[in-house]
Design a protein around this ligand. Structure first.
Ligand code: V47
Length: 366
């Protein structure tokens, strides 16, 4: 192949062909390289090995129950102080109403995340889950990032294990991957100094895996992190996955600076080139993850579709009413229909597969 003839990455191509694990140094070389097509070619080999011709999507809804937050991280435009005129907290009745409103909409997942609101105690979340369960008995509830779980444990003076058990008993099925950002303490100091450490994020997910839950993982990129810090993040996730096998999918999240505490420091939106490279390198480094998801809300539907040729096998979901990225200036729209998701996947030459949170196929082909 002409493309490979002049490549400086041939030794890595050989490792990928043999199915060998890539090292930290390999990861740094890939992330520093401008041979995007060679990286994409390799990521596509791995993607096909793991997922054949399927590309997944989910019919879901997001609920962001409160934006009141004790942490107010610099990276975030969503969190507000309790006395801010834009602060809100949904009552349990409001949340139940939202669940009722989607009862006949064919959704298989509710994705629930919110700020760290000191007014909300564990019984609010247990009651929220019980009420949703009653209204939507078959829907999988993926809710509360590791950061929230740790906060509930602190406010209740309980262990993380006990909080997870209580929430599972009330109906929680899975944890989303948010709050991971970049694990390196140097970066957390600059973008989210009050947030739990990377090590604690990993501990919470390990505890969830030990309790029998499957969870997701993310990485927020495109701010102050170095290439080495991105690869270190991926390797820490790979090490936990080796131990627990509890991660379902990895989702890189492209940083949006608008309205955040980092706006105005010379940070701009990520480029399409970097987005594709991060997705493809993640596919290559995370050899023990089955799924790499492109979150179209962050990178736009068109690039999410193209990423299907760069190691991605999942383009997330119908979403509706996403607040976190839109507060930070995302211009991607709030929702895609199932028909649009299917059309995007077919046009990329893949078999569309509607999945549930646990990647069980609900319908395929279309
Ligand atoms: O934890 C916050 C990120 C996350 C900004 O698990 C920002 O399937 C960009 O985790 N620019 C929440 N990103 C979203 C999230 C997620 C989304 C979709 C699917 C899944 C999943 C998880 O969004 C936060 C943070 O890392 N975020 N602010 C910002 N300004």
């Amino acid at each position: 192949m002409e493309l490979l003839g002049t490549s400086k990455l041939l030794d890595i191509v050989e490792k990928v062909n043999k199915g060998d694990r890539l090292s930290f140094e390999d990861g740094v070389r890939l992330m520093s390289s401008n041979e995007l097509l060679v990286i994409g070619y390799m990521a596509d080999i791995v993607r096909k090995r793991k997922n054949g011709d399927y590309a997944y999507f989910i019919v879901n809804r997001h609920i962001n129950h409160t934006n009141v937050c004790d942490n107010l991280c610099k990276l975030c435009a969503f969190g507000k102080k309790p006395d801010d005129p834009e602060a809100y907290t949904m009552s349990l009745d409001e949340i139940e109403k939202k669940a009722l409103a989607v009862r006949d909409k064919g959704i298989s997942e509710l994705h629930i995340v919110g700020g760290l609101n000191p007014e909300l105690r564990l019984h609010y979340f247990e009651e929220m889950l019980r009420r949703i369960r009653q209204v939507l008995p078959k829907v999988i509830i993926q809710g509360f990032t590791a950061v929230e779980i740790d906060y509930f444990a602190k406010t209740e003076n309980m262990s993380v294990e006990d909080v997870i058990r209580r929430l599972m008993d009330a109906g929680l099925d899975s944890l989303p991957g948010g709050g991971a950002e970049i694990f390196a303490p140097r970066v957390r100091e600059k973008i989210c100094d009050k947030k739990i450490s990377g090590a604690r994020w990993l501990e919470v997910h390990e505890a969830a895996h030990q309790a029998g839950m499957l969870t997701n993982a993310t990485m927020l990129y495109g701010h102050v992190e170095t290439i080495e810090e991105r690869i270190d993040h991926l390797i820490k996730l790979r090490e936990l996955q080796d131990r627990s096998r509890g991660f379902l999918a990895f989702i890189p999240l492209a940083f949006h600076p608008k309205n955040t505490g980092l706006e105005g420091t010379k940070l701009s939106r990520t480029t399409g080139y970097d987005d594709l490279k991060v997705l493809a390198v993640s596919r290559l480094m995370l050899d023990n993850f089955d799924h790499i998801k492109a979150y179209w809300i962050m990178i736009g539907p068109k690039l999410a579709q193209v990423s299907l040729a760069f190691g991605v096998d999942d383009i997330d979901g119908t979403v509706v009413e996403e607040q976190i990225t839109h507060a930070a200036g995302a211009d991607s729209g709030q929702s895609l229909t199932k028909k649009e998701l299917v059309g995007m996947i077919k046009a990329a030459g893949r078999i569309p597969a509607e999945r549930d949170t646990l990647y069980k196929i609900i319908e395929e082909g279309f």
